[in-house]
Design a protein around this ligand. Structure first.
Ligand code: NDP
Length: 481
């Protein structure tokens, strides 16, 4: 084991904390990849105090937009230059293939660059005069933001969360998932190297109780959380008591709808990618696949063939698309869902068993799994599994597809496959989800706002709207008559 404890960062200073460090396990082979320092209550207090002091300090507060943007451009350059280090940190913690981790690091650099551009080009508004005053609306930072992130894709999620918070002029305390602390600690190093004034970005590590201590602090101004719906509800309650704003990016159970008139070959490949890439550990995974009844059997065959390339491999293999599950514990939860679906009468078309034998015995691997003979009411179609498990369900016509797709507690994303443009528009507009892809799936653009309907969340990240989420509007009346 690597005996050195990785410290967390408060006000550009490193500290291992007073508590017992915890060990991060590499799920690809079960080895111990790092020891991580655990923040105590006094560390959480110190981080929030540092963020508050930085928010009030002219070295940050008085910066003009283009000066603040310069920090984000430096982060973009540093993220690109450290692509390999970030990718290795993520793969060591959550078992993602190196190919995917590298691609995410490249896209994270673009995220910092995009928010640098948004930061320096955002304008205030002069609104139509209706009385004796000129009216203007200016947008100001909210203050100290507590940010909490999950384990599935920390390279991209931590860039998408912190870049707009910073661009808006706030200061931040980030608590990453205990499963994937190493990416955040690599970012911490880059924030220092980029020359951020002390206290603007603080990164503390530990488990969920550190996150709870952070979000319960009375003197934070906003909470931005990405994670499961249960934790999101607890955080919203805590924020509600203090009436502070939240951005909540939560879970999903997204429908991918294939009509008989679609380009079925392309649809099969992209629908398989939509659920099986990243071993299904994605909030937008298309885990409910609805297929028009007359093409159901043929499409299922194509989907089985298209799923083959997603069979998990050791993450460092040059050809690996999908790697390990994020942890042994999570792999077992996914397996339990599938076992339960079998008992409920589901038919396992492919996959359905923990991978064992050879190198698979050392790590946490689960294969692409398709379950048929289930309805949209079955547990496998209602609860988020967050693994490579798809329920495939037939539908009769457009109205039936929309009704089944919308019959869910979640509303994060959806896909529609058809060659009929008018139908694509009708169905896309009828779906209750924050993102809808037509003849595609899982494509991500940093300029398009992202977030959930229903229990998939509150607020939006990404795009200009993503920066505005961390600002408050102030209207100024300037009497001229
Ligand atoms: P969790 O909700 O379990 O945890 C998310 C983060 O919150 C972790 O850092 C966790 O710490 C922390 N945490 C847990 N409980 C609390 C609490 N009461 N107060 C403060 N912090 C808390 O989610 P997972 O990490 O398991 O991630 C998977 C979930 O994230 C899925 O539901 C997925 O859909 C969702 N997700 C949503 C995305 C979106 O953009 N909508 C994107 C990616 C994932 P620790 O882990 O250290 O205990």
């Amino acid at each position: 084991m690597n005996a050195i404890t990785r410290p967390f960062m408060i006000a550009n200073q490193w500290s291992t904390g007073e508590g017992e460090p915890f060990v991060s396990i590499n799920p690809a082979d079960g080895t111990e990849s790092a020891r991580i320092g655990v923040a105590s209550k006094s560390d959480v207090d110190a981080a929030v105090r540092a963020a508050r002091a930085a928010f009030d300090h002219p070295s940050w507060r008085a910066l003009k937009q283009h000066q603040r943007a310069a920090f984000l451009y430096r982060m973009a350059d540093l993220t690109a230059a450290n692509k390999e280090v970030l990718a290795r940190a993520q793969t060591a913690d959550n078992g993602k293939s190196m190919n995917e981790s590298r691609a995410q690091a490249a896209s994270a650099a673009d995220v910092f660059r995009y928010y640098g551009a948004v930061c320096e080009s955002t304008e205030s508004e002069i609104t139509p005069q209706r009385g004796p005053s000129v009216t203007m609306t200016v947008y100001e930072p909210v203050g100290v933001v507590a940010a909490i992130t999950p384990w599935n894709s920390p390279i991209t999620i931590e860039a998408q969360k912190l870049a707009p918070i910073i661009a808006a002029g706030n200061t931040v305390v980030l608590k990453p998932s205990e499963v994937t602390s190493q990416v955040a600690l690599e970012y911490a190093r880059l924030y220092i190297e980029a020359g951020f004034p002390e206290g603007v970005v603080n990164i503390i590590t530990g488990a969920g109780d550190v996150g709870r201590m952070l979000v319960d602090r009375p003197d934070i101004d906003m909470i931005s959380f990405t994670g499961g719906t249960k934790a999101g509800q607890m955080i919203a309650e805590s924020a509600g008591r203090r009436l502070i704003p939240v951005v909540l990016e939560l879970g999903g159970k997204s429908p991918n709808i294939v009509f008989a008139d679609a380009d079925l070959k392309r649809a099969a490949n992209v629908v398989a990618d939509g659920i099986f890439s990243g071993s299904g550990q994605s909030c937008i995974a298309g885990s409910r696949i609805f297929v028009q009844r007359e093409i159901f059997d043929g499409f299922l065959d194509s989907l089985v063939t298209a799923s083959e390339i997603h069979f998990p491999q050791y993450p460092e293999n040059p050809s690996a698309i999908s790697g390990a599950m994020s942890s042994f514990h999570h792999r077992d939860l996914v397996a339990a869902f599938v076992d339960r679906a079998k008992l409920d009468g589901g038919r396992v078309v492919i996959g359905g068993e923990i991978l064992r034998g050879g190198d698979y015995d050392k790590g946490a691997y689960y294969p692409p799994t398709i379950i048929s003979d289930v309805t949209n009411q079955s547990r496998i179609a209602r609860e988020e599994i967050f693994g490579p498990v798809a329920a495939i369900i037939p539908f009769v016509d457009e109205a039936d597809a929309i009704a089944q797709a919308n019959d869910t507690d979640f509303g994060l994303a959806a896909g529609v496959w058809t060659s009929d443009f008018a139908k694509a528009w009708r169905v896309g507009r009828a779906l209750r989800a924050g993102t809808v892809w037509i003849n595609g799936y899982k494509e991500g653009s940093i300029s398009a706002p992202f977030g959930g309907f229903k229990r998939s969340g509150i607020g939006r990240e990404k795009g200009v709207a993503g920066m505005r989420s961390y600002m408050q509007a102030k209207s100024m009346y300037w009497r001229i008559e």
